[in-house]
Write a protein that binds this ligand. Sequence first.
Ligand SMILES: Cc1cc2nc3c(=O)[nH]c(=O)nc-3n(C[C@H](O)[C@H](O)[C@H](O)COP(=O)(O)O)c2cc1C
Length: 220
Amino acid sequence: MSRYVERNENDQLDAGTKPADPLPELQLPDPALAGNISIEQTLAQRRSIRSYSDNPLSLSNVSQILWAAQGMTMDKFFRTAPSAGALYPLEVYLIAGNVRGLDVGVYRYAPARHSLIRICDGDRRDELCKASLSQPHIRDAAAVVVIAADYSRTTVKYGTRGIRYVHIEGGCAAENICLQGMSLGIGTCVTGAFDDAKVASILNLPANEDPLLILSIGYV
Ligand SMILES: Cc1cc2nc3c(=O)[nH]c(=O)nc-3n(C[C@H](O)[C@H](O)[C@H](O)COP(=O)(O)O)c2cc1C
């Protein structure tokens, strides 16, 4: 049975206040709220990992990683990462290459429904690697997460100071992914060296969004 769900006009809007778009949407498995390793051990053992096994990521682990980045909590009032003024400027994209049960392609995470919206087909890891100074861990990872931002959601309230807030939030979401990955046996590497325009083009980002950082993810 297809995992893709039909949406209707009554669907809750994304927290980014985007109207539901007509692209295919995949419901993700519910995130787990308990793990096998303490937060202290996770902090002590976290490292940037740049080489990965060939094992496909499970969809439940991908779901967990995306939830850690920007999942909704507390009856959907808040998220797993803090946000200045609770304005939530971040958008999280998944570039799937080797994920069991997920076609290769680019997806946007929709926090409100804990779902993935398919943006485009095809394996984009090699292109993304080239756009990232040919750093091989981007091509070799089972999947890649790109955290993008719509600065205006925050600067409308905080002015130019909001630019700093958005960058801080990107770091918070990225660290959540690193720690969640560590607890699941998934290696991650925060990657800041890339060509913004090329990454935006590969992901087909809307004009109001800029890529902030990239994380490669794959089993160790
Ligand atoms: C903002 C930022 C940008 C980074 N950019 C890259 C990068 O482009 N390529 C890379 O391999 N690692 C990158 N890293 C990872 C660092 O190299 C890594 O965190 C550092 O060597 C310390 O190692 P550790 O993460 O294992 O503690 C980046 C880390 C941060 C925080």
